[in-house]
Design a protein around this ligand. Structure first.
Ligand code: AMP
Ligand code: MG
Length: 493
């Protein structure tokens, strides 16, 4: 690997514990993302070398690395959980590339001072899920941390059963979470809190610096990015599953893939995390939870906002104002995502109703979310709406909606000419054919557990370009099998 640098380490000892990875015995490569390697400037040759394998297994430390586990705290399921930290992730350092600077993190490379009761390991099952979903989200155009590789080992870890272990190499400009700020704020450590905020502003949000109150500006900027991210989740039918504040990226990236799920049938109240008994992180609650989490971040930044604002009252007003972007930008971002899903060139008066009506219909019939949108798109392209109509039991209700939709389309200027083609093109680029459904991941995992990694590779290929047809992979775009609904995905990973 090229030489790493370490900006995070320069923050100092308050922020982390330095320690070497504890690698995996007899590692084998499970999968790598060539696209990610390319972006990092890592050659295919090196990626295939035993040097790379040992580095990604945590058995050797790349040149220039300063491996460390960072400390953070957080609210888990709405309750203050105190100190958490990287219990099984190790930051190696950053690679400076022509595409920017990227932190390289090993997940599953042994215990750290923040492991609490955990073993510091990640099992192959959850590592494949994280790897594939990171790259799938990137393929969908949704802000996310990335994955470079998964390396497996026959070493076992105890979960519900014994499972083989793995290390995922994750990549992001930064893995800093809301919880990093909460950690110092709750201890009243305003110095490191300021140091962290200044560092984040300088490196990732330089546009906030000239603001009268840069910390309030930071909160506003994070609100905006988070709004964009969650709008993208909602539009594609993605449930994160564990939106604790320690799983919220300060860069507005989807982070920490655990019991996530892409919706099969459209159920707005769907809960994907088997351990989430109250449904706190149900699909339709994600936007409110994101706002709640931003509020926690606001509270954590309050001492800094107050230092600049001069008084507690002024700081509070300033923080509340900084959270406002979420309230306006989330609905605006979601609306614009739904607009392109429908292939509309702009938003008009009644379009909101058109969107609401179709979602109501999907919810009533639990219509498969991904297949509905893709079939609507291909129907639009072929002028044959029978396949999408066939998805509904209540055809009269669907026909009523379709006729309203078609009236709206036909009113677009130039509809008889190029506008119709532009509409179906837009739809085919906005409604993916492939998403990482639970059963697809499960099938790939079961094969990988007997050392057949071909299905992981096949899935990666379609998920990297999920809007393409991939006609040879038709089965990956089908309805979930009956057994899929019995899959229980918990936090255990
Ligand atoms: P998560 O629910 O995956 O976001 O994890 C919450 C906290 O538990 C974080 O501090 C993780 O580092 C830690 N954690 C999760 N699994 C393990 C494990 N197997 N070993 C050590 N720490 C873990
Ligand atoms: Mg986490």
């Amino acid at each position: 690997m090229k030489t790493l640098v370490s900006h995070f380490a320069t923050l100092g000892k308050n922020f982390y514990t330095s320690l070497a990875p504890q690698g995996l015995p007899d590692p084998y490569s499970v999968c790598t993302s060539r696209a990610m390697a390319n972006e990092l400037g890592l050659s295919e040759e090196w990626m295939a070398s035993s040097q790379a394998l040992q580095a990604f297994a945590g058995n050797t430390v790349p040149e220039g690395a300063h491996s460390l586990a960072s400390v953070y705290s957080g609210h888990q399921f709405g309750v203050w959980a105190g100190q958490l930290g990287d219990g099984r992730a190790l930051l190696l350092g950053e690679l400076e590339t022509i595409n920017g600077s990227f932190e390289i993190q090993l997940k599953g490379a042994g215990r750290t001072p923040y492991s609490r009761m955990g073993d510091g390991r990640a099992v192959l099952r959850s590592s494949i899920r994280e790897f594939l979903c990171s790259e799938a989200m990137h393929g969908l155009g949704i802000p996310t941390t990335r994955a470079l590789s998964v390396v497996g080992s026959d070493m076992l870890a105890r979960r519900e059963t014994n499972e083989t272990t793995a290390v995922v190499t994750r990549v992001a400009p930064s893995f800093i979470r809301f919880g990093h700020f909460e950690h110092f704020a709750y201890r009243g450590d305003n110095e490191p809190l300021k140091q962290l905020a200044d560092c984040v502003i300088e490196r990732y949000y330089p546009e906030c610096q000239p603001n009268a109150n840069p910390y309030a500006a930071l909160l506003a900027a994070v609100s905006t990015r988070t709004a964009t991210m969650v709008a993208a989740w909602q539009a594609v039918g993605f449930c994160h599953g564990v939106m604790n504040t320690d799983n919220m990226s300060i860069l507005g990236l989807t982070i920490d893939y655990g019991p996530f799920q892409f919706l099969d049938g459209f159920n707005p109240a769907h809960i994907c995390n088997h351990s989430d008994e109250q449904g706190r992180y149900a699909y339709n609650r994600q936007p409110n939870i994101a706002y709640w989490n931003l509020f926690c971040l606001g509270q954590a930044l309050m001492p800094l906002i107050e230092q600049v604002a001069g008084s507690a009252d002024a700081a509070q007003a300033s923080a509340l104002e900084a959270l406002e972007p979420f309230k306006t930008e989330f609905p605006a971002a979601l609306q614009s995502k739904m607009q392109v899903k429908l292939g509309l060139p702009d938003m008009q008066e009644n379009d909101k109703v058109l969107i609401e009506d179709v979602l109501k219909l999907l919810a009533k019939e639990r219509t498969d979310y991904t297949i509905f949108w893709r079939t609507l798109s291909t129907s639009q392209a072929s002028h044959n709406f029978e396949p999408v109509r066939d998805m509904f039991v209540d055809r009269a209700a669907f026909d009523m909606w379709l006729s309203q939709y078609q009236q709206r389309l036909q009113a677009i200027s130039g509809w008889e000419g190029r506008a119709a083609v532009a509409c179906s093109d837009l739809m085919l680029k906005s409604n993916p054919k492939f998403v990482l459904r639970n059963h697809l991941a499960q099938t790939a995992i079961e094969k990988a557990q007997v050392k057949d990694f071909s299905e992981v590779a096949r899935l990666l290929k379609v998920l990297e370009t999920p809007f393409d047809e991939h006609t040879d992979c038709q089965t990956l775009a089908g309805f979930p099998p009956d057994w899929a609904s019995h899959l229980e995905i918990s936090c255990s990973s």
